[in-house]
Design a protein around this ligand. Structure first.
Ligand code: 5GP
Length: 116
């Protein structure tokens, strides 16, 4: 499968469409999900082209996982959540809708189910 440089997250990286950025370093970017399934739902992506986990280099994975862990801890604290769910989907059959690697970070509170 190929990488489409005009996918939505590539446009967010290039600032061609707006997003609420919450974290950025040399290799990764995190921003709020436009349709949050829980309060504080954010997305972590690599800055370099990568379709999904199946397409990722060890360096991309390492960077995006490190940022995901950092933001999972920060989001849990900021949202006073009891836990955090990390989600990641690959290809349309696997539930992926935007074809640039991303990890969902969902702060979780006891008894609160994510919206569909
Ligand atoms: P997935 O590809 O993992 O199924 O989900 C893609 C996620 O990207 C969804 O949670 C969706 O709400 C989010 N999303 C889609 N378009 C945009 C957008 O333009 N801006 C932001 N911030 N999030 C988006």
């Amino acid at each position: 499968m190929t990488y489409d440089p005009d996918n939505i997250f590539a446009k967010i990286l290039r600032d061609e469409i707006p997003s609420t950025r919450v974290y950025e370093d040399d290799e990764t970017l995190a921003f709020m999900d436009i349709m949050p399934r829980v309060d504080g739902h954010l997305l972590v992506i690599p800055k370099t082209p990568c379709r999904n986990l199946l397409d990722a280099t060890p360096e991309q994975l390492s960077a995006v996982i490190a940022t995901t862990q950092k933001l999972a801890k920060a989001a849990q604290k900021a949202m006073e959540a009891q836990g955090v769910t990390i989600q990641q989907f690959n290809e349309a059959a696997g539930g992926q809708e935007v074809f640039h690697l991303h990890f969902h970070v969902l702060p979780r509170h006891e008894g609160v189910k994510p919206r569909a």
